[in-house]
Design a protein around this ligand. Sequence first.
Ligand code: SME
Length: 158
Amino acid sequence: MAENVSIPAEGSVKEKVELLIPQLKALTEDEPDLIANMGNIASALKEAFDFFWVGFYRVDGEQLVLGPFQGPVACTRISYGRGVCGTAWKQGKTLVVPDVDQFPGHIACSSRSRSEIVIPLFREGKVCAVFDVDSDELDRFSETDAFYLEKVVSLLKF
Ligand code: SME
C-alpha cells in the first residue's frame, strides 16, 4: 500500500470522512502496529480538519499515557476520572465539550484549547485508549462530528 492519502480540502465532515475512510482503511488494515496506525490517523485528521490538537491516549494501569498525536506538546499522563479524557474513560462514552472552561476538572494542556471531543476506544469491552481532539474555537464539535470521528477511529483494531 502506498503511504499517501489524498486529503479533502473542502466539504462537510460527512464528505471529508467518506473520502478519508477508504484511504485510511487501505493504509491501516494490513498494518498490525497500533501506534503506526494511530499516527497516520491523527495526521490525516489534523490535515483534513485543521484541528488545534488531535491524538490518542492509551490506558496504562490507572492512567492514560500520551500516544501518537499532532499538535503542540501535551500532558503526558492523565489519571482515571480526571479531565475530559479521564472522564470519557470512566464513563465509557464520547464527550463533546463546547466550552472547556465550563467542564469541571478540565486539564488545560494548552490555554488555546476552547472546545474538545473525546471518544473512548474499546478492547474486549474495556476502554483501552481515548481519542482526543481539541479546537481553539468555542463550540467547534457537534454530535455529527462525533458520529463521523467515531467512524474514523473505529478503523483501529485492538
Ligand atoms: N484537555 C484534556 C487533556 C488532554 S489535552 O487536551 C491534549 C482533558 O481535560 O482531559
